[in-house]
Design a protein around this ligand. Structure first.
Ligand code: ATP
Ligand code: FE2
Length: 341
């Protein structure tokens, strides 16, 4: 079976073709995974401008995905699209293309939850069985696990996503967008300048119950930068140590509560090698296993939508007629009926 996946929840428009191996939805080959990402040199994202950009690129991206996979449109069996959560303007771009293709090609449509797709792609591609997912991206920071028939959020950010927090600090340091990889590089330089354990700048550590928050830390760092008391490299290093420890504390507690022995990572921030290293250390201490998909499947991508779409199609979960394929900008992870597990 061949699935076309379409992702368009925020600044990424992606199209991917996957194929199951021997009719096994847990054994897939990713034939293509194409995308464009809207970027700005200054300011934030204006949803209507992002959507216009995604719209202008969308047909080309779908074509590229088909060509790269060497698949003809009529060979596609199922079309999966990200139904939510996300920016309404952007979700609509993907939904319109998916509906149009479904009508033209007479193929079924599957609506996929973006957050669950981050977990499913890790499960299918890394062969994790039942992991807790630490989903750390620009807009989202959640710890998700499967429990009593549903994917549930066990902890999340109370204010901004960890990636947006890192990018905001990057703006204070005039590093440009996205700042994650640049802060990671500064932190590495700082750590390498010590023979032993690097000196840590003490910063506010904010875990509240199972949730995290970054607002107070952001204000603290803003003042620290203005005071010029610390080297920016020391701040970059210490903020990584602090926020990654916060995220992993919540992830570890979710693993203990759910009695799960696997942790998977998802989201753009999970590309950070220090986060991966700290996650591995935590898993080793608990006798648990860490699963990290390739970077192209960590950031927003359409392969994860196709993979989840395939699992859902085979279980007849949220298979939609074009007229039912509405977007769900505020869809919650635990609203989704999980018939495929
Ligand atoms: P969402 O999935 O919530 O819609 P998004 O589209 O913003 O969010 P991704 O594409 O998953 O998210 O990730 C982008 C974020 O990842 C940016 O905030 C960026 O700074 C961050 N990021 C990328 N690489 C790294 C890295 N090496 N270290 C830390 N952060 C990183
Ligand atoms: Fe995402």
């Amino acid at each position: 079976m061949i699935v076309l996946g379409i992702e368009s929840t925020a600044h990424t428009f992606g199209a991917s073709i996957i194929e199951d191996v021997k009719e096994d939805s847990n054994n897939v080959r990713v034939l293509s995974n194409e995308k464009v990402v809207y970027t700005t040199t200054q300011g934030g994202l204006k949803p209507s401008a992002v959507a216009d950009y995604l719209q202008s690129q969308s047909i080309e991206v779908v074509k590229k995905a088909l060509i790269k996979a060497d698949v003809k449109p009529k060979e596609v069996d199922v079309i999966a699209f990200s139904q939510g959560p996300g920016l309404g303007h952007c979700l609509r771009v993907g939904a319109i293309i998916a509906r149009s293709l479904s009508i033209l090609l007479k193929k079924p449509l599957v609506g996929v939850n973006h957050c669950i797709a981050h977990l499913e792609v890790a499960r299918v591609l890394t062969k994790a069985q039942d992991p807790v997912l630490l989903y750390a991206s620009g807009a989202n920071t959640q710890v998700i696990g499967f429990s009593e028939g549903k994917y549930r959020i066990f902890g999340e950010t109370l204010d901004m996503g960890v990636g947006n927090f890192i990018d905001s600090v990057g703006r204070l340091m005039q590093l440009g967008f996205p700042a994650g990889p640049k802060i990671e590089a500064l932190a590495k330089q700082y750590a390498n300048s010590f023979k032993g354990l690097p000196e840590l700048v003490q910063m506010p550590y904010s875990v509240k119950g199972m949730d995290v928050s970054f607002g107070g830390l952001y204000t603290w760092i803003k003042q620290a930068i203005h005071s010029k008391k610390f080297d920016v490299k020391a701040i970059a290093y210490s903020l990584q140590e602090t926020v990654f420890a916060m995220l992993l504390e919540v992830a570890e507690r979710a693993m203990a509560h759910l009695k799960k022995q696997e942790l998977a990572l998802g989201g753009g921030v999970a590309c950070n090698s220090r986060l991966q290293e700290m996650a591995l250390a935590m898993c080793k201490q608990r006798g648990a296993k860490l699963f990290v998909p390739e970077n192209q499947f960590l950031v927003d991508n359409a392969a994860m939508i196709a993979v989840t779409g395939l699992l859902q199609f085979q279980a007849n979960a949220n298979v939609l007629k074009p007229e039912q394929a509405v977007i769900k900008p505020y869809q919650r992870t635990d609203d989704v009926v999980v018939k495929w597990r």
